[in-house]
Design a binder for this molecule. Structure first.
Ligand SMILES: [Zn+2]
Ligand SMILES: [Zn+2]
Length: 138
């Protein structure tokens, strides 16, 4: 019983159920990107998606000393899963960012990785961080 693969040439991701496209190509299809262009072109399209912008910021906070938030992240030892230096690996783990959502680390001292991250609705995210700040101040 062979695993079925995404029908976009060069992708190779497995698909489940009745899908003929993997999750990220399905997303692109939904936002109106034509199916049939090369895998490289898809990577380029992905750069215009919300998850990509979050990923860029996440990496910069942890690794670029000139980033405004570096002192609260990279300088404090917050790292990211080395696999996540590739956007596609990040995307495969986390999926697309729902509109307005934030990337949240469940353990605030832990790294950015699949098991420690969730997309969080902004209001809930704010209250979690207010609570964390209060706990840190006692
Ligand atoms: Zn695919
Ligand atoms: Zn958070």
């Amino acid at each position: 019983m062979g695993q079925r693969r995404c029908r976009v040439a060069g992708c190779g991701e497995s698909v489940c159920g009745n899908n003929t496209l993997c999750a990220h190509h399905k997303y692109l299809h939904e936002i109106g990107v034509e199916i049939g262009v090369t895998f490289r072109r898809y990577r380029t399209y992905m750069k215009n998606t919300p998850a990509y912008r979050t990923w860029l910021q996440m990496k910069a906070r942890c690794s670029r000393e000139s980033h405004e938030a570096y002192r609260r992240y990279g300088a404090r030892g917050i790292t990211f899963d080395p696999r996540w230096s590739d956007f596609m690996a990040f995307y495969k783990d986390m999926g697309q960012r729902p509109f307005g959502y934030h990337l949240h680390r469940i353990d605030p001292g832990g790294p950015y990785c699949r098991s420690n991250c969730i997309w969080m609705e902004p209001k809930a995210h704010r209250s979690v961080h207010t609570m964390l700040r209060r706990m840190a101040n006692v």
